[in-house]
Design a binder for this molecule. Sequence first.
Ligand SMILES: [Fe+2]
Length: 258
Amino acid sequence: MDPGSGMRYLVISDLHGNVEAFRAVLAHAARKRRDAVLFLGDAVGYGAAPNQVVERLRRMGTGVISVRGNHDRVVLDPEQGAVFFNPHARRAAQWTAEVLTAVNRRYLEALPVGPRTVEADLAICHGSPGDEDEYLFGEAEAAQAFAAIAAAVTFFGHSHVPCMFERTQADGREGVVGVLLRGTRVVIDLDPARRYFINPGSVGQPRDRDPRASYGIYDSDARRFTLFRVAYDVEGARRRILGAGLPAILAERLQHGA
Ligand SMILES: [Fe+2]
């Protein structure tokens, strides 16, 4: 591993206590070469297997480069849920705080706040560079995000929607173009002269009407990003949420990817 010389990264975000989805993603990615893992935050919240998910992250060791997500923050102080979350998310945060083991809680406490520089020209954050609670949905928000960070490529999460914002320059004018990334395998060769914000989608609670878990592989040397969608045991994750007594809507939305 030689930072700065071009690495291959597994890019994962928004696991949300869904160990069935996380397991499927790790199995799918197992035979792909990787030097490190980029984790964009939200290990917990919503799903009913927070300890299992954090334990898997912990077992992956020092090869995981992480930033904290807003749910990782709120479960450490569920009172915040009253301010930031809808009632279902708040209930899940309270439940997660109750079941989280001490060692897993410490892991969440130690997650650094983004943004983080991973290597020259590559950064990660959860929501937007300046605010882990801010959603980057549209081109206007993305334009502000580009102004806030210098990296050529920034991976972000939080919206649970696989997408890419590309900053273009033509005739001295700057523009930002956003595209949704749809499909089972989407390969994107990034233009070295342009800058990008890329969301690999959510492992544990997709919201783009495709219920399959979402993740990416990024080759920083070739500047190639590949998005993958992976079918997983949705029914198992759904039953686990219902069995924990969490709001049924958190189970149902996994079936619809919404
Ligand atoms: Fe999230």
